[in-house]
Design a protein around this ligand. Structure first.
Ligand code: SF4
Length: 221
């Protein structure tokens, strides 16, 4: 068998594995009260997001790579949505707090997660607490888009993953916590510590519609 067909087979196996894992999590999430669907690719994930958010709606997007990776920011802007995002390079420092508040109060809060367990528990860790507060409560609709790379066996593996996911942020932000040097979490006491608020959603919260789009591809970190 040629190297090319070997690679094709490996790729097929990877796609199938991603689909099997993500679809199993969809079932677990549905059992916990989420409106959960499977999307095979990031393009399919974007199509699912656009089914949920009507033209002209306001959308809050906190710090998330996944939502940007699927191309949602550009598509939502094209459809006349008002997007609130504190990662925008155009935000003046004096406007930052208001933008964070607008993100959480928009019609839709569109985000990803740091980890999701096989049995459907969603974990997130935060420095400011804005992202986890927008997930914990809101009068708006909450939408998660989660790549299959975020799936973990259980809460213990989830705790490890949420700290590991902090490393790219530690490198990106100027605070320089210890993990930016070690490459792994040392449960630091540094003033630059990013990990300050941990949210575990055990089930969909009461009184709010929450959608989860589980994607068969790797997204975010
Ligand atoms: S070293 Fe500190 S900032 Fe880095 S992952 Fe651990 S607790 Fe978070």
């Amino acid at each position: 068998m040629s190297d090319v067909s070997n690679l094709e087979k490996l790729n097929e196996a990877r796609v199938k594995t991603g689909a099997i894992v993500a679809q199993a999590v969809v079932k677990a999430l549905q059992a916990k009260g989420y409106e959960a669907v499977f999307a095979a690719t990031k393009e399919d994930a974007l199509a699912e997001v656009l089914k949920l958010i009507p033209e002209g709606a306001s959308v809050g997007v906190p710090g998330t790579v996944t939502i940007r990776e699927i191309g949602a920011m550009e598509k939502l802007a094209e459809r006349g949505c008002t997007i609130y995002e504190h990662w925008s390079p155009n935000i003046k420092p004096e406007d930052r707090m208001q933008i964070l508040e607008n993100e959480n109060r928009a019609d839709y809060f569109l985000t990803s997660a740091n980890a999701v367990t096989r049995d459907g528990k969603i974990l997130n860790i935060d420095g400011n607490g804005n992202r986890v507060s927008g997930m914990a409560w809101g009068r708006n609709t909450l939408i998660f888009v989660i790549g299959v790379n975020k799936v973990v066996a259980d809460l213990e593996a989830g705790f490890q993953r949420v700290h590991a996911a902090t490393l790219p942020n530690a490198l990106r932000l100027s605070g320089n916590p210890p993990c930016a040097q070690t490459g792994y979490c040392v449960d630091c006491d540094s003033p630059a510590r990013i990990c300050r608020a941990l949210l575990i959603l055990e089930r969909a919260v009461s009184g709010r519609k929450t959608h989860v789009i589980m994607v068969g591809e790797n997204l975010g970190y």
